[in-house]
Design a protein around this ligand. Structure first.
Ligand code: TXA
Ligand code: MG
Length: 331
């Protein structure tokens, strides 16, 4: 049985999270909203509960989880030491969509890190997420609350679709603000690396860290999660580069989903058209939502116009290319 509760992020009391916190402390699974995407959480100290997360998602065993915290003291407990670079980053970007990887302390079970000696730590900004961690009293290990391989959930309805009967409780806190997952930065190596781009961009990080580069590509991913099929709706996704209208004219039929961007929907003569928004931030907020929407509408393929490669656009394109499995159509 999965309990579903609605909590208004702008008007709630900690009391409303009492039951969810109790479920977590007793080894249950709780799905909760964050500012990026919804997470599926367990207390990080309960190995059995952590393994239940992998089961619920169908997640490969070698893909580590992020530990979510609500104050800096918890960071000190989770990692071997907090270098100045980490403290600077944390001060600049926490709470917010940034995950920091550091060598783990002995407190963190290998079930959480999938056998790695490093741990990913994130201090979210979402008021319900931080209140839940505070109320639970223990940091929460949580991946995104989708079935493995599916688009990350940006609304409670997505979590319900994927996790009903699997999570013990789902907190519906409305739509996610950013819509794509946090930026993952590895500080356990000499030169800091962005392993997963997100709303905190490499340009945001550079002034704080100085030297920073993008991590290794798909051939040898340092973030184990990046090598798997990801963010994929049921219908195949094709990125269309070039003249979107003429490509759609050639390839679209009534059952084609078109995710448009900077091209007015009325220009497309066939297909079901959804507009990703006016800039790459809006695109991020809509992308996973619309990919799932297309599945609900029963489309048989999806043509997606990607955003420009600006800061957030870079991160959106990263997800979109993965959801397309690299399939690109030019002209
Ligand atoms: O925004 C987010 O980060 C969301 C919300 C719920 O916080 N969480 C999320 O978790 O996206 P997940 O599990 O879907 O993605 C975590 C990513 C994976 O690519 C994983 O491989 C990587 O972080 N990761 C976790 N621990 C790591 C570690 N110790 N070293 C390298 N990569 C790690
Ligand atoms: Mg995920």
């Amino acid at each position: 049985m999965t309990k579903i509760i609605k909590v208004d992020p702008e008007n709630y009391t900690d009391n409303e999270l009492f039951e969810a916190a109790g479920i977590l402390r007793n080894g249950g699974l709780c799905a909760f909203p964050t500012e990026t995407v919804y997470g599926l959480g367990a207390i990080y100290t309960d190995c059995e509960a952590v393994l239940n997360i992998f089961k619920a998602k169908g997640r490969p065993a070698d893909n580590p989880l992020i530990v979510h915290i609500c104050d800096f003291e918890q960071l000190y407990k989770l990692v071997k030491e907090v270098p100045e670079t980490a403290l600077n980053l944390a001060k600049h970007f926490w709470g917010g969509p940034l995950t920091i990887i550091l060598p783990k302390s002995d407190c963190v079970p290998y079930e959480v890190t999938a056998g790695l000696d490093t741990v990913a730590v994130r201090f979210p900004s979402h008021p319900i997420a931080t209140a839940l961690i505070r109320e639970t009293g223990i940091p929460i290990a949580a991946p995104s609350a989708n079935l493995s391989g599916k688009p990350s959930p940006t609304a409670a309805e997505h979590v319900i679709a994927d996790m009903k009967g699997k999570a013990d409780i789902i907190i519906d806190g409305g739509n996610s603000f950013f819509g794509i997952e946090s930026t993952v930065v590895d500080l356990s190596v000499k030169v800091p690396q962005v392993l997963r781009p997100g709303a905190v961009t490499i340009e945001d990080l550079r002034p704080v860290l100085g030297n920073i580069e993008y991590g290794s590509g798909a051939s040898a991913p340092k973030s184990p999660g990046m090598k798997y099929k990801h963010y994929a709706p049921d219908a195949p996704v094709y990125i269309i580069e070039g003249d979107a209208v003429s490509i759609a004219e050639r390839l679209a039929d009534e059952k084609t989903g078109i995710l448009t961007y900077n091209v007015a929907p009325e220009n497309f003569k066939k297909g079901i058209v959804l507009d990703a928004g006016k800039n790459s931030y809006e695109y991020a907020a809509h992308m996973f939502y619309y990919l799932r929407k297309f599945d609900e509408l029963g489309v048989t393929k999806i043509l997606a116009v990607p955003p420009e490669e600006d800061n957030m656009g870079y991160s959106v394109r990263n997800r979109l290319y993965k959801s397309a499995g690299g399939k690109v159509i030019c002209e």
